[in-house]
Design a protein around this ligand. Structure first.
Ligand code: GDP
Ligand code: K
Ligand code: MG
Length: 300
């Protein structure tokens, strides 16, 4: 039929750090999900919407990396990712450009078998390898699963992303749009603010500390007046006293750096001047506590 719209849900799954959040941000053309070179940056399911008024709507679900969980937060994250497989029309499985098929990949293949949905394999980061190699990787992956499509891309550079969008539409069912044209994400502003602060912490801090960080926004208030500054109070939660010291830094230098980097991005997002006040708190082993995890936004 002419001019009929297609709409549906697409989950982006894969091991930690393969570039899932980077891909989703570049597909929708806006930074919603935070990214970093550290694994386990994404902790919740993040929904964004791609709208083409002629073709229809793709609702993307960015998910935490599927990995061997080491604590309750890890189990929660893997569960978040794997449970999306039940709610979607198409699966995007994102992998590194490599011939290595390990236990992690085998585990995901089992999930794909169970899901029984169209699967598009995305080989990401092709900007880091030679062209000839890519054909080899395609061959390797073709042998381990019967993919509906295989698309090599560079999420970071934006290569082949139009191809990804067109291919997804091929597999979506006909139907009206789920959201209005202007909808970009289901993430509340406060949540995005907390995530930006967590991202800047991940970027500024070394190994060990970042994994145990959570961020809560206590208050967000606009001052009266036409150019009202927005006052934001937020807390960075960490797992140990020694980590608190590192996050605050010498004379408060580290916290100041995290704060000013976060403020810059929050101001651009909210299109307003922002006064950001950051606190640091220790909650021992919160990543193994159901109630603390819930407090910090990781709800089952
Ligand atoms: P996720 O954990 O799968 O969501 O991965 P992220 O989106 O957080 O990205 C992990 C790291 O890989 C970040 O440092 C990204 O900048 C980097 N990355 C993502 N896509 C690409 C790509 O296409 N090329 C290169 N060179 N790096 C990428
Ligand atoms: K990451
Ligand atoms: Mg991510």
């Amino acid at each position: 039929m002419e001019n009929q719209l297609k709409s549906g849900f697409v989950t982006i799954i894969g091991r930690p750090n393969v570039g899932k959040s980077t891909l989703m941000n570049h597909l929708i053309g806006q930074k919603i999900a935070i990214t970093s070179k550290k694994p386990q940056t994404t902790r919740n399911r993040i929904q964004t919407v791609y709208t083409d008024t002629d073709k229809g709507q793709i609702v993307f679900l960015d998910t935490p990396g599927i990995h061997q969980a080491k604590n309750k937060l890890g189990e929660y994250m893997v569960n978040v990712a794997e449970s999306t497989l039940k709610d979607v029309d198409v699966i995007l499985w994102l992998v590194e450009p490599s011939n290595y098929i390990g236990a992690g990949e085998q585990h995901i293949i089992k999930q794909l078998d169970k899901a029984n949905l169209p699967v598009i394999l995305i080989i990401n980061k092709i900007d880091t390898v030679e062209k000839e190699k890519v054909l080899e990787y395609i061959d390797t992956y073709r042998k381990v699963y019967d993919f509906d499509e295989i698309i090599p891309v560079s999420a970071l550079r934006g290569n082949n992303l139009d191809d990804v969008i067109d291919t997804i539409f091929k597999y979506l069912p006909y139907g009206p749009m789920f959201y209005d044209e202007d909808t970009v994400t289901d993430q509340p502003e406060r949540q995005i603010v907390a995530e930006i602060i967590r991202e800047k912490s991940l970027h500024a801090l070394d190994e060990e500390v970042p994994h145990g960080i959570a961020v809560t926004v206590e208050s967000m208030k606009k001052r009266k007046g036409p150019k009202g500054i927005i006052d934001i109070e937020a807390t960075i939660i960490c797992e140990r006293d020694s980590h608190k010291g590192i996050i605050i830094g010498k004379g408060g230098a580290m916290l100041k750096k995290i704060g000013s980097n976060a403020r810059y991005e929050i101001e651009r997002m909210l299109d307003s001047k922002v006064n950001l006040r950051l606190w640091v708190k220790v909650k021992k082993d919160w990543r193994d506590s159901d109630s603390l995890m819930k407090n910090f936004g990781y709800r089952k």
